[in-house]
Design a protein around this ligand. Structure first.
Ligand code: T46
Length: 133
């Protein structure tokens, strides 16, 4: 499975680090929504769904977590543990997020506004859907 991980520039100096992300530059779409996930315990698994259209970039801006990806044929796992690494997840990809370290903050940049109709939350339906795409 081809996974796209972006590596962003860190504009660091003696004061600390700064990472800047812009539409259609570091991020390959217009960012319409930003959300972040915090306080997820290590034994919790989030996600368990896919999106029909949504594209997202996931960045663990503090701590670490793992992302499980499944395109209906292959499965893989990606570790996010750097403030300047972004995992690009395109549509039609089943995802889980797990193994959150204490205090982890997962930042997500999304190409669309929130739309529950874009979610596929049943794995069998996801497999059926990707076979028909
Ligand atoms: C994804 C992974 C990486 C909203 O009201 N607006 C939003 O923008 C989002 C993302 C969620 N919500 C509501 C819907 C649920 O009542 O927040 C609640 C938790 O959402 P969910 O159970 O979908 O959260 P995760 O962590 O399982 O999945 C989220 C995103 O929903 C999903 O698109 O790709 O993070």
């Amino acid at each position: 499975m081809n996974i796209t991980k972006f590596v962003f520039n860190i504009k660091g100096d003696e004061r600390g680090s700064l990472v800047a992300l812009e539409n259609m530059k570091e991020i390959p779409f217009d960012i319409k929504r930003v959300y972040y996930i915090t306080d997820t315990q290590q034994d919790v698994v989030r996600g368990h769904h896919a999106h029909k259209n949504l594209k997202q970039v996931l960045i663990c801006v503090h701590g670490s977590c793992r992302i499980g990806l499944d395109d209906g044929t292959e499965k893989t796992e990606v570790l996010l543990d750097k403030i300047n690494e972004g995992l690009y997840i395109e549509s039609n990809m089943w995802r889980t997020m797990y193994d959150f370290s204490e205090g982890a903050v997962l930042l997500v940049l999304a190409s669309e506004l929130y739309d529950e109709a874009d979610y596929i939350r049943n794995y069998d339906k996801f497999i059926e859907y990707v076979k028909g795409v």
